[in-house]
Write a protein that binds this ligand. Sequence first.
Ligand code: C2E
Ligand code: CA
Ligand code: CA
Length: 763
Amino acid sequence: MRRKIPLILACLCIVGIFAALAYLINESVVRRGVNTIETRQVADDMTQLRSYLRMTELRMRQHMLDWACWDEAYQFMDDRNSDFIAKNFDRSLLSELYLSGAGFYDLSGAPVAFVDGTNLQYGKDWLDEEQRIFAQLAEKVLRGGLTSLEGFVNVGGRGMVVAAHRIFDGNKSKPPRGLLIMSSILDKAFMEDAERITRLRFSVLPGATYGAVQADGARGTGYKIVHSPSSVRVYSIVYDVFGNSAFCLELQRDRVIAALGRQISQKNFLLILGLGIVMLAAGLALLQHAQRRLIRDELAYRAGHDALTGLPNNSLFPQRLRELMETARKENACLGVLHIDLDRFKGVNDRYGHAQGDSVLVETAKRLQDLISGGCVARPGGDAFLAALAARDRSRIEDLAREILAALSKPFPIGNDSLRLGAGIGLAFFPGDGENAETLMHRAELAMYDAKEKGRDAISFFTAEMDAAASRKMEMEIALYKAVEENALTVHYQPKVNVAAADVAGCEALVRWQAGDGKWVPPPAFIPLAEEIGLVTSIDMFVLRSACRQVNAWAEDGSGAVPVAVNMSARSILSKGFADNVIRILQEEGTPPSLIDVEITETSIMTDFDTANAAITRLHDAGIHIALDDFGTGYSSMQYLYSMPIVCLKIDKRFIDVVTAADGDSRALVKGMLALASNLGMSTVAEGVEDVKQLSFLAANGCTIIQGYLFSRPLSGADCGEFLRNRRARILAAAGNVPAQQRHTRDLREAEGSLRASLPDGG
Ligand code: C2E
Ligand code: CA
Ligand code: CA
């Protein structure tokens, strides 16, 4: 909700600004439109009014013609018979004709007769004024040589329409005899008539009004127009016959259209606002939709791609693979699925850091993409890559695998160094090796493991045996889990004999697993698996606890406690809290640390020296002896050995096996090892001693502790207890347990001699 507040505010702002703009624009458009219409209307009205006035003028002129071209009038101008006036210019007649006055003038402009049609309604002065203007008009016509003239005049503030015409005989055959002028006041009756006929509302105002009016519109109409909220007024000046302003016409219209315009404007505004809001909402919805889509696309992309290399990942690859399979099926082509795993990549990470490791992966992705076009390259994770490519036949794909190996064996630039890595490739083909994507991927992976086992830069093709081995492994994995969970493992003990003392120097605890089918599974068949699946530490700790209990039991049952060595895998040693766990188990079981030794291999030291060294030092400090197992088989560095608290070297069986062989090199090697151990102040144990020849060689070269079938196979706890109780007899019996035909050999005599010589009671 809190994140939505700014959005809501922004929307309100937009709506506000939009509303204000809409209002202003709408108002100005409508107002301008309304003004234009009203202006035009009112101007039209004025034009109509002026036409009406013009009609009035023409009507006057018509009257005029009737009167002025009449024989009797002509006659009157001659005889001045006053009866004519009385008879024809009766005041009531004039008022009936709306005439306010009539005047006769001779051709010199002198008045002959004047009739007042107003009945002195406006006073004597007004009448005088009218006559004065009549006289001026007469003069204008006569002097100007005109026959007639009509127009408006202003008499004492009253507008009038006037007409003048020379008086002719009825046929107009004789010269004129005078001038007749007639007037009609634009009085109330006139106005009422005019308003009725024109349906216009207007006033006649003094001419000066016009000049004072401040127009606000209607340029180009020739009128002055003034808008007020309730009405529009238009002003027009009417000139008199002398060319002066006679009066001002004012015409007014209610602002009906403006009111209508306001209504329209309001409706418009609401409509626009509504529309605006709807559009805004629609826009927002669209935006949100687009944004969601973008996010969805982005998420979908991320879900299907590896962030580092941008390649499809484990979840997208099967989909691509299915598409390629479909195409291959249609085109009858062969599809290869390659599982590519870099060699020695972990070393890059450990030595150069993850950033450099990442750059190697990116470079690998690039090299693969360069080689594989039209197929698909993916990175399921770690240093593994997947590729799928269709081709006409298998050989093309096999060539490609070789090209990939070549490309990946080229050096990778890492900082200032360049490093060669190499890879192992497993290949599975469609059709043939699987009918669905998952199977093909799985089988290519199995083939890759096989390639890895072959060594560097190897290619393996999937075979049915791999599948069988994999399922055997899977079965074993499940069984091993079960065995560990159900404490079905047991521990056997193999005595280590101190030949010089004819005594047992200690025992090695060796784990034993009798699988469900009753068969004993040898440790080399399941310990590596346990390491792989992370079970080995549980096993090692189980063996340790069993060894503690066994030592305690031997001490109690009179067998005599001897130190028991427990094998610890590299994974155990490097696991978190390893040393603490070992010490805790010893404490829990009440076993003194001097009775438990730990055997480690070079692998754990070489994988992570610092961690291994810290753990071992901690055990050493707690009083536990550390022996280095399988010495000579790994790649130990003398410097490491020297700096670690190792008290014993166990010379691997491989060297013991060959000390009696013809070649002298291995004898020299073992001698060297024994000398090295002695120089470093370490004791030595020879492993896998099976015959007296080996024994005599070792004894002669200072190796006093012997472990091997010669003295005993690994025994159950009870059997080993029995061995311990009868240790001396068993040791001597073992030393004498040599086939008769071998007794004559020099080596045997030497061995027996040295053994007997070394025994305290002299054999
Ligand atoms: P290792 O530590 O070198 O153990 C000695 C192996 O040599 C044992 O095999 C033992 O039975 C065998 N051996 C002893 N004397 C002779 C002999 O004279 N001739 C022959 N042919 N073999 C002899 P085992 O018990 O099969 O164990 C094999 C390996 O499994 C061990 O080699 C050790 O690396 C591993 N292992 C055994 N128990 C454990 C354990 O509890 N934890 C761990 N992490 N590894 C264990
Ligand atoms: Ca061992
Ligand atoms: Ca060993």
